[in-house]
Structure formats: structure tokens, C-alpha cells
Design a protein around this ligand. Structure first.
Ligand SMILES: C[S@@+](CC[C@H](N)C(=O)[O-])C[C@H]1O[C@@H](n2cnc3c(N)ncnc32)[C@H](O)[C@@H]1O
Length: 407
């Protein structure tokens, strides 16, 4: 065969490394550590890249939008709930009747899904669930993927045109960004969401998806030992303080995860977000132990002197100028030597940034946000009267928790 492989000289070494990593797989299908599992994935991916020609590699990347479209069509058609839960196959004819889609059209969509292992093709025109399609049985997972395709996707597709229009000199801002260009709207992200019922519902639901949480190893609430670190100890006082204010906390999903992972935590738990989000959280049935508070983090915070101000997956939505306002408002609410600010977000490595972070940074760029390196976090905190006391992080791909204190 005359095909020129991308890196033929690496193939044998990579195969040896894969055999070595696979030897760490226990007979019950688990790895001794998550690092060894991730090493195996990374090596297997390198092997694929080395064994394809450069043209095949670049074409595989260019075809990815079609893969995303196949997934989005399957979700829109309700295919995951139409496939038999017990894993037995269903025919395209049956699925066409169930979904109302035309048979030949549906067959093409299902074929595309099966070609990337989104489900299994058991025989001609017959499909069944696999472990990937089963994750789509969860409405929150479907919502997250819909959010990424329908809303984030518009911004991603418009990104080259948007950056070119700015002569590649800056990435835009919250009120002037690729999302607005791609969505043909004058409204930035949150204003757009709050006036569009579908977007609001999908966003609220998607933020509760277990996909993002499960990308981190360990507990869904992350690597921070909330119980130990937030115990009152010598700070015990007459009045019960607010233990955590979850700033921009959505429907309270993080508070619920923290409470489930750390039942020893006591005190008051406050959920703060914009009024429309708080209203829908209350309407959806917020647990009675969560106190809802409507407010904007661009105004002085409504709760002073809490033990912890927690802000998860929020700061990356905003540029430095906006983040400085959020941080200064939070610092102004903190009590010296008592309050902490806990920021859960990505901390991007200076060199060799993992794909999940580098890609998410571009996703954030579409709405005027950014994923930050440790140096960028430290500088930002420093400018706002805060210092990073400790960064809790299990691995390079995980969301970190930055424990920040007043300087
Ligand atoms: C990416 S979501 C993260 C939600 C939640 N913290 C989580 O980790 O699942 C960002 C949140 O910031 C909220 N938000 C946006 N602008 C806000 C503002 N000015 N004040 C308070 N919350 C805001 C949004 O409504 C949304 O719930």
C-alpha cells in the first residue's frame, strides 16, 4: 500500500505501551488508578493518529460536525427512549413508526450514529442500545448535549468569522461575541436564555447533567474536603453562620452534590442566582434546606460573612474585567480570617493543556469567557484583594477548587 502514514516509526512503541497499560487492567474490568486508564486512552489515540495518513487525520477532524448532527438528530427524534431498554434490537421500520420519521431518512441517521458507536447495528436495518446510547436515557444528559449543539454550537461555527471581523486582535466580550453573531441576536448569552423558554429549560436541565460531574474522578462535588475544611472549630459562635453561598448556583445542583458527599456539613445553605433562575429553581421544587436568594454578582452580595462563597463553572463565562467585579463584590462580603472563596473551574496547564480544557476555552470564547491558567488565576485574585491559599486538584483534566482568602 502506498499510503504515507503519519508516524510509522511510533507504531510499534505505541502498541508495546498499550500492551503494558492493558496489563494493569484487573479481571473485574477496573484499573488500579485512573491515571493508568487515562494513559491507555491517550496512547490508543496516539496510535490511531500515527497509523492514519495525515490526510485521513485532517479529514476525520473536518467530518466531526456530521457526527454531532447525527447525535443531535437521534436526540430530537427520541431514539434513546424508543430503543428497547433490555438491549434487544428494533428495526428501522418499527423506529420509523414510533418516531414519525420517513424510513429511508431515519436509516441514514441511524447508520451514521452506529458508525461512531453511538448505538449498535445488530443486523441490516436493526439497532440496539449500547453503553453510550444508554447515557442518553437521562434527560439532563440529553439537555447538556442539546445545549452544546443548539446554542454553544452556533457560536463555535461563527467563531472564525467573528474573530476575522475583529482582525484577530481580540476575542470579544460578553456583549459582543461569536454566540451573538451565530445566533443572529442582539442579546448576550444570559439575556438570550432568559427570554427564550426553550433555551432556559434546556440550560437549567443541562447544568444538572451528570456528564460534567463524572468527567472528574472522585466525588461529584470535587476534591475539596468540605466537611473538614469548613468545620467551625475555633470560629464557633452563638449564631449559626451561613455555611455556603453558592453564587450563580443554577438550580442548586452543586449544593445537593456537596450535601450528599459531605453529610457532616451543618448550617445554612444559600443558593444565589439571577431572579428568573431562582424562580424556576423554586418552581421545580428546591429542597427546603436550601435558601433561595435572587441577585446579581455584579451588585454587592446580599449575604455578608458566610463561611464559604462557592462559585462553580461561572468565572470561565466571563472576561477579566467582569471577573474583577465579581471577585471584588465577593471579597467585600467576606469576613477576614473566617470566610473563604471557593472557585471551581478549570486550571489549564501552561504546557501540554489537555484537549478537554483547550476546547472548552474556545467554547467559552464564544460567549466572551476564558479558561485560565494557574498564573492567570493568581494574578486575577491578587488584583482583587485575594490570594490563592491552596489549589485542590486530583488530576490535570479535572475541575480544580481554588481556596482563596482575603489578603
Ligand atoms: C455555567 S452556569 C453554572 C451553574 C452552576 N454553578 C453549576 O456549576 O452547575 C452559570 C450560572 O451563572 C448564572 N449567572 C449569570 N449571570 C449572573 C449574574 N449576573 N448573577 C448571578 N448569577 C449569574 C447563570 O444563571 C448560571 O446559573
Amino acid at each position: 500500500m502506498s499510503l504515507t502514514l503519519s508516524s510509522p516509526e511510533l507504531i510499534q512503541t505505541l502498541v508495546n505501551e498499550i500492551n503494558h497499560s492493558a496489563a494493569c487492567l484487573a479481571s473485574n474490568g477496573t484499573f488500579a488508578s485512573d491515571i493508568s486508564r487515562r494513559t491507555l486512552i491517550a496512547t490508543a489515540e496516539k496510535l490511531v493518529l500515527a497509523t492514519r495518513s495525515p490526510e485521513e487525520n485532517i479529514f476525520a477532524i473536518a467530518q466531526q460536525p456530521a457526527q454531532n448532527a447525527a447525535l443531535r438528530c437521534a436526540i430530537a427524534l427520541g431514539i434513546p427512549s424508543e430503543l428497547a431498554v433490555d438491549g434487544s434490537p428494533r428495526s428501522v421500520d418499527e423506529l420509523a413508526v414510533a418516531t414519525g420519521a420517513e424510513k429511508t431518512l431515519l436509516a441514514r441517521i441511524l447508520r451514521a450514529c452506529a458508525s461512531t458507536s453511538l448505538m449498535i447495528e445488530t443486523s441490516e436495518h436493526h439497532y440496539a442500545h449500547n453503553s453510550v446510547s444508554r447515557t442518553l436515557l437521562s434527560p439532563t444528559n440529553r439537555a447538556l448535549l442539546t445545549l452544546m449543539y443548539d446554542y454553544n454550537g452556533r457560536g463555535v461555527l461563527a467563531l472564525p468569522e467573528f474573530l476575522k471581523s475583529r482582525h484577530w486582535c481580540d476575542a470579544g466580550s460578553y456583549t459582543d461575541c461569536a454566540f451573538m453573531l451565530g445566533s443572529r441576536t442582539e442579546l448576550p448569552m444570559w439575556e438570550y436564555r432568559d427570554q427564550d423558554e426553550d433555551c432556559k429549560r434546556i440550560f437549567d436541565l443541562g447544568m444538572q447533567s451528570e456528564i460534567v460531574a463524572s468527567l472528574s474522578t472522585g466525588k461529584p462535588s470535587g476534591p475539596f474536603p468540605f466537611g473538614e475544611e469548613l468545620a467551625l472549630g475555633e470560629h464557633r459562635r452563638e449564631e449559626e453562620p451561613v455555611t455556603i453561598v453558592d453564587i450563580g448556583g443554577g438550580r442548586g445542583q452543586a449544593l445537593e452534590q456537596i450535601r450528599a458527599d459531605h453529610p457532616e456539613l451543618t448550617g445554612r445553605f444559600v443558593l444565589m442566582d439571577l431572579a428568573p433562575v431562582i424562580d424556576s429553581a423554586v418552581a421545580a421544587g428546591l429542597p427546603s434546606w436550601i435558601e433561595p436568594v435572587a441577585g446579581s454578582f455584579f451588585d454587592p452580595l446580599p449575604i455578608q460573612g458566610a463561611r464559604a462563597y462557592f462559585i462553580r463553572r461561572v468565572m470561565h463565562n466571563w472576561d477579566d474585567k467582569a471577573c474583577r467585579i465579581i471577585l471584588r463584590n465577593t471579597a467585600a462580603a467576606m469576613e477576614p480570617s473566617f470566610s473563604r472563596l471557593l472557585i471551581t473551574d478549570m486550571v489549564v496547564d501552561d504546557v501540554g493543556a489537555v484537549r478537554e480544557m483547550a476546547w472548552e476555552d474556545l467554547n467559552m470564547m464564544t460567549i466572551g469567557g476564558v479558561e485560565r491558567t494557574e498564573r492567570q488565576w493568581r494574578e486575577l485574585l491578587d488584583e482583587c484583594g485575594l490570594r490563592a491559599h491552596k489549589i485542590w486538584r486530583n488530576s490535570a483534566i479535572e475541575h480544580a477548587i481554588i481556596d482563596a482568602r482575603l489578603k
